[in-house]
Design a protein around this ligand. Structure first.
Ligand SMILES: CCCCCCCCCC/C=C\CC(=O)SCCNC(=O)CCNC(=O)[C@H](O)C(C)(C)COP(=O)(O)OP(=O)(O)OC[C@H]1O[C@@H](n2cnc3c(N)ncnc32)[C@H](O)[C@@H]1OP(=O)(O)O
Length: 300
């Protein structure tokens, strides 16, 4: 990845910064005002914007039709998260979706169905890295969930510090068993850390998708509000978290989460191997094929 920053020798109020990131042959152009430190990044899959007054960044996913996490989307997420992390003036991040009725449908199943081994390995590594980045972020991270959030979507939400969900007929949870697959250990650990061992055990085996009320009751989400209010409610909650001493808060977060992250750090290569072996099994391919078919048939 090549990163070039072109800062014109202009008067301060004219100092717009353009950053060009070349990634897998794709060029992303970012425009920002160097003076205000705000920087907006838009790709096919997401937009990252920073409010320089509050230090709150918003990361809005918009990969049609359902924010399915494929390799390119995960790569963009990694870049955006790293960028927010490295931006000194950024203190918090609201993770949300620009698509109606969907937070994220989780992993793009097409990445796992009849895969090319090389891409499959890269896909899984990029997902691992995205999770480690988000779960271990120094920033206050709040998920604003105004739609469905199964499997990988639920993982992303659980990796934030706080979750606001819209009331309505949306579902959130780790439903992997319904697809004939198994949530990996770091998905399970993240859920145990969020809702406890017994509830996770039940939810994982059943592939249970929680409605908003039920999710609130078990602590899978922290606050419910109207669909239109989720980002506002997330931002309001954020201001409470940002009043806490940042170093003390970050050390507390890391004390709670680092051991879970380290478990994956030491087993990252083995986890990729396990994933590849599991996903390429005939029975798993068959189950994924049936599931994809059922999604397509649902549309008629
Ligand atoms: C020893 C152990 C080792 C470890 C092994 C590890 C194994 C792997 C672990 C994997 C971990 C995580 C897995 C996942 O995240 S899998 C993804 C799970 N997601 C789902 O089940 C959600 C499926 N989608 C839905 O339920 C619905 O789409 C929705 C999200 C509720 C939205 O409903 P809608 O009515 O608004 O939209 P719909 O018409 O259903 O969908 C529109 C089109 O999008 C396609 N699509 C939906 N979801 C996905 C997806 N996740 N991946 C790919 N494609 C998806 C859908 O098929 C429609 O397509 P089309 O227009 O008909 O072509």
């Amino acid at each position: 990845m090549a990163v070039r920053t072109l800062l014109g020798l202009l008067r301060p109020w004219q100092q717009f910064r353009t950053t060009i990131i070349t990634l897998r042959g794709k060029t992303l152009v970012e425009h920002g005002c160097a003076r205000s430190m705000s920087t907006d990044t838009t790709t096919d899959n997401l937009t990252l914007s920073l409010d320089s007054k509050t230090g709150i960044a918003t990361l809005e996913m918009h990969r049609k039709p359902v924010n399915g996490l494929n390799l390119e989307m995960l790569t963009d997420l990694n870049i955006a998260l790293e960028k927010a992390e490295n931006e000194k003036s950024c203190k918090g991040l609201v993770l949300t979706s620009g698509l109606p009725k969907i937070f994220s449908a989780g992993l793009d199943i097409l990445e796992m169905y009849q895969p090319k081994p090389e891409r499959l390995a890269e896909f899984w590594r990029t997902l691992q890295n995205m999770w480690m980045r988000l779960y271990g972020s120094r920033l206050v991270t709040i998920a604003a969930i105004a739609g469905h959030s199964p499997a990988g979507g639920c993982l992303m939400a659980m990796s934030c510090d706080y979750r606001v969900m819209a009331t309505g007929k949306y579902a959130i949870g780790l439903n992997e068993t319904l697809l004939g697959i198994v949530a990996p250990f770091w998905f399970r650990d993240t859920m145990v850390n969020t809702i406890g061992h017994r509830e996770t055990e039940r939810a994982l085996q059943l592939g249970h998708l929680y409605g908003a009320d039920e999710a609130l009751k078990v602590g899978l989400v922290d606050h419910l509000c109207d669909q239109e209010e989720v980002v506002k409610a997330a931002t309001e909650e954020m201001s409470r978290w940002l009043k806490v001493n940042a170093v003390a808060r970050q050390l507390s977060k890391s004390a709670m989460r680092q051991a879970t992250i380290d478990k994956l750090v030491v087993r990252q290569e083995q986890d990729i191997e396990d994933f590849m072996t599991f996903v390429q099994r005939d029975a798993v391919q068959k189950a994924l094929g049936f599931y994809l078919q059922s999604l397509r048939e649902k549309r008629g």
